[in-house]
Design a protein around this ligand. Structure first.
Ligand code: GDP
Length: 432
């Protein structure tokens, strides 16, 4: 289950909030400064989704003082949780300790939600707004003891928590999974043979794992890659006519099984509808993508010219995908595929810290505000990266954002942070 960590200095109401989240009203633990509690984890459920709440209790100042202890807790949360709530007392305002922990959390790549607690009525909301100064985006005003605003907060938490827990332990451990796809005869098996040096560098067993016989493990650029579902590629068996439906099904399966897709297009022939369909599958599945134009040895000056306009027309929606011109037959530029594949996966895995994201957002929106809707200017409040693989962002606004403006933001997001080779998803939540 995904983990939500609750951090904050003593007496801000963390335990009350944790009890509110887990729906247990009795066992409210007093937040007494100096009383050490261990980190405790509870199971919670909101709107049918289960997650774990980690109360990073022990904020006892050690020899180095409270700020050190707080910073250390924030550090633990950043390493172990999928989302972090930083709880601040809105009535007291930001203390030096709050600022110290905010400073640590601004670097966090785990999404951070700033919670302004003890906003028992509307009068305290101005105090809550002052906490913008912590540089963690919009403060969420709540009253943990009265329950005011906690429902909205939990909606926000759910939007932020990934559906699957963080898998840092897995990233980079097993071979990355690649699907080599493209229409029949585009050169998939030739390329796989070229890449694997006619099978000499194919590894059949890595660290004791038995390889699924339909996959090929190939060492490229100093690491091992798992090319999924290549059984049919190596041995060109029974490519019966009329098997297109099954081929398409198989392609879809390979894309689903992969993290990265290398789509082979025939550079010597026009881009087809079938190519477009496969491209659509990759984007819908949210996989990293590299486009390889194969048979480049057959491309002359004229073809190069027409290809350029085909690319502009047919690949306009995937300008973010690296393109490599190769020849599986001669081996031309085949080695350029590997860095492109690495770039695409780096983008796919990339996480932008909440602080970075929001300072960028503030600048962009100030320079180019969204267009008016129904006589009102929607405000863009706050953004958070809810997921990686592919990078998925949630924007919180006070009103509907037009598709054109959303695309503008996505474009600027790509320019600023660089997501070559990966789809990026941006969704908008309107808060009343
Ligand atoms: P697959 O069906 O996608 O696996 O395609 P194959 O790898 O079997 O290749 C189909 C045909 O295209 C074979 O005759 C290959 O020799 C040829 N071919 C593959 N790559 C190239 C290339 O880069 N240039 C040229 N000229 N022919 C190629």
């Amino acid at each position: 289950l995904p983990v939500l960590a609750v951090v904050g200095r003593p007496n801000v109401g963390k335990s009350t909030l944790v009890n509110r989240i887990i729906g247990r009203r009795e066992a409210v633990v007093e937040d007494v400064p100096g009383v050490t509690r261990d980190r405790v984890t509870y199971e919670a459920d909101w709107a049918g989704r289960r997650f774990l709440v980690q109360d990073t209790g022990g904020w006892e100042p050690d020899a180095k003082g409270l700020q050190q202890a707080v910073a250390r807790q924030a550090d633990v949360a950043m390493r172990t949780a999928d989302a972090i709530l930083l709880v601040v007392d809105a009535v007291v305002g930001a203390t030096a300790t709050d600022e110290a922990v905010a400073k640590v959390l601004r670097r966090s790549k785990t999404p951070v939600i700033l919670v302004a607690n003890k906003v028992d009525d509307a009068r305290v909301e101005a105090e809550a707004a002052a906490l913008w100064s912590l540089g963690l985006g919009e403060p969420q005003p709540i009253s943990a003891s009265h329950g005011r605003g906690t429902g909205d907060l939990l909606d926000l938490v759910l939007a932020t928590l990934p559906s699957t827990p963080r898998d840092d332990g897995v990233i980079g451990v097993g071979p990355r999974r690649v699907a080599l796809v493209g229409k029949p005869n585009v050169g998939k098996s030739s390329l796989l043979n070229k890449l694997s040096g006619d099978e000499r560098s194919v590894v059949h067993d890595v660290a004791g794992t038995t390889v699924d016989p339909v996959d090929s493990l190939v060492e490229l650029g100093g690491r091992v890659w798992r090319f999924v579902d290549t059984a049919g590629l190596r041995k060109r068996v029974g490519q019966a006519k009329g098997a297109e439906f099954y081929a398409s099904l198989r392609t879809r399966g390979a894309i689903e099984a992969a993290e990265l897709v290398v789509l082979l297009l025939d550079a010597a022939e026009p881009i087809t509808e079938q190519d477009q369909r496969v491209l659509g599958m990759v984007v819908d599945a949210g996989r990293a993508l590299v486009i390889a134009f194969n048979k480049w040895d057959l491309v002359d000056e004229d073809r190069r010219y027409t290809l350029r306009s085909e690319i502009e027309r047919d690949l306009a929606h995937v300008t973010w995908a690296p393109r490599v011109n190769i020849s599986a037959k001669t081996g031309r530029a085949v080695q350029k595929l590997v860095p492109a594949m690495e770039t695409a996966l780096d983008s796919w895995d990339k996480r932008i810290s909440t602080g970075q994201l929001n300072s960028w957002l503030k600048e962009v929106v100030a320079a180019t505000p969204p267009p008016m809707r129904g006589g009102r200017l929607p405000r863009v409040l706050f953004a958070t990266q809810a997921a990686t693989r592919p990078p998925t962002f949630v924007l919180f606004t006070t009103g509907f954002l037009e598709a054109g403006y959303r695309r503008f933001l996505e474009r600027r997001l790509r320019e600023e942070f660089g997501f070559d080779g990966s789809p990026v998803r941006v969704s908008v939540r309107v808060r009343e």
